[in-house]
Design a protein. Sequence first.
Lengths: 472, 246
Amino acid sequence: MDRVAAILGFQWRAYWRRFHRAGNLTTNNAGVWILFGGIAVFRYLQLLPRVSTQFAHGETARYEALLIGVFFVWMFPVMGESWRSIGSRALLHTPLTPRELFCIRLGSVFVSPVTWVIVACSLALGYPLARAPNPVAGMIALVLFLLFSLAMSLTIAHVLSSAVMRKLLLGTMVVVCILVGALWLTKRAPGFSWWPNRLAADAAVRANAFGSIVALAALTIAAFGASFWTFKSGLQYVASRRSQRFTVLGLIHFPGRLGGLLKKDLRYVIRLLDVYFAFPIVILFVIYLASNPEPSAAVFRVVLIILFLPWISMTSNSFGLDTPLGLDRYSLFPLRGCDILLSKNLAFALILMLLVGAVFPLAFWRFGPGTAVLGLIAVVLMALAYLSWGNWMSVRDPYKMQFYRFSAGGSPADAIMGMLFGSIPGLIMIYSGTLWTTLLLMLVYSALYYFSVTRSGRRFEQQREDIRQALS
Amino acid sequence: MVELRGLTRKFGEFVAVNNLRLQVSQGTIFGFLGPNGAGKSTTVKMLTGILKPSAGDALIDGLSIQTSPLEIKQKIGVLPEDLALFDSLTIWEHLKMCGAIYGLRNSETETRAEQLLNYLDLWTDRHTFVEQSSYGMKKKCALAMALIHNPKVLFLDEPFEGIDPVTSRNIKDLLVVMSNKGITVFLTSHILEVVERLVHSFAVIVRGELACCQTMEETLASGRTLEDLYFQYVERRQVEGFEWIG
């Protein structure tokens, strides 16, 4: 374990060196994150006394909801890990066993202070547990639940690193979405008693707490087993891979000067997890349109606005998935900055067309041509608005993102502003979709987009070295 | 064809390249030599548009790198130090992308790409993703990208490092053919034996400053080898104090 401790020591040193090098709170939006994180923690702490009161009455609904939140929050330090300086792959040539490598992987999660804030907030759930009928059992179950969350986050992160497992996970998610959608629409959603959050709550209030703890312990051990197995498989896969893979995108030829870049950018877009939040929205809405006897046009318009929200990090940080080497290649090509931005915008537009293409034939059938065409115009306007905002932000405040991870590091304030700005044309179209309004909006947002892409393109050329620095 | 006019690059207080002045005429194979950290790659990066000079200028085919960067990029081919490839594209897709960007017709791109990849022994691996390729394969891919649009000036940063002997020989033969057809080749390398046999003229840069610039003919006429001349400007240490080895 000395070797593991030594490497973790250097991991710690490298992290804090990078942290200090940042210099001030404006770098990587640290100040904004601290502000928003502080508000979230404050709000969370305010909820704890209410959970405590519920416990006193033997109720656990709020506690279970908070545990679900805690479970998802644990995913962020594990999956938004662009801060990890020494990756497992870089250690493959050293005489470390897979178990030691896994320990380093696990220990690295705790290098970030964000993780320690999450640990403290998670353990703060012990306060309401003090008023539960079985406080000790509840606390043991809580710790097990937190370990389970950590192990599941690690497993998901490892699964996402393997192409085959990623496809399996995506397929499973689509099937689950369809099933949940169908069950929800037919109002036959079952209540599972084996959910880990339910088990943790049961341990705190039920007479038979032992059974819940044993079940939770079994789930935690299984989760850690899965995380170790997926980690080990990932290492072996990396060591042996060399293939000429068949891909659908490989068969498609995009014409024009930017065709090759567009193909590359499409591959980048589909590798950011944030955008996959749009898929369940589309699937559920398609089920709603197909099965509801009287679907609402208002819901249709609102869904169109919601459909854009997961794209904010992609559109506002177009260079986030590029490497410094990729930026060097852009510099070598005889291309202007606006050409490069345009290829990134086209990649976004193509994926959007695919998503919208699944919705609009049904919308046309259920709502008639008028509503469908107005919806389509709203989509075009919102796309222009999101891209206008996004191009500006992409060169103003770039930050590094990683494939198959959630984007982390952008300013939440900027993201909220971007969502509001991007949704404005959609909201105007909902409340006043007249011909003149539509024409005026088309004119304004087309001009705005043109101005954004040319101006941001020029700024990209001027600030290329700064952007390269921000992404390295 | 390539003219450096007081080219300078600073990183904060550190001067990586200082007031570099030299000329390379058309059809010349020019070797740009120096120890690690001397400023070779920084100079190539400035000439190819990756880095902006802090001061000075350079002309390539009569065009200034400060005022006509896009026109210059259309005329040059570059094998950069770090190869600058996109992991999510295959070798074939890289060449197709390049052809389109430089304005070649699709059929023309495919014909040239096939010829280049066959010559560089990369044809059977053309559908391999770059992220799964070996270093040598990546280097050959980057080299093919530098050549596909028939550049007037070729900048090659360490072209023979990590390349197998057969391909290395093929590249040398190709460079000689290109030079005979009037294409200027500006290359950096640490392999002095190769440079000695290949280049027409060379320069040695030490700590960002030009230490020496002459033709290969002048060097050989003085009765010295390139290595002799190189070590005249670049210090080397003796092996001593390694008793613990072995």
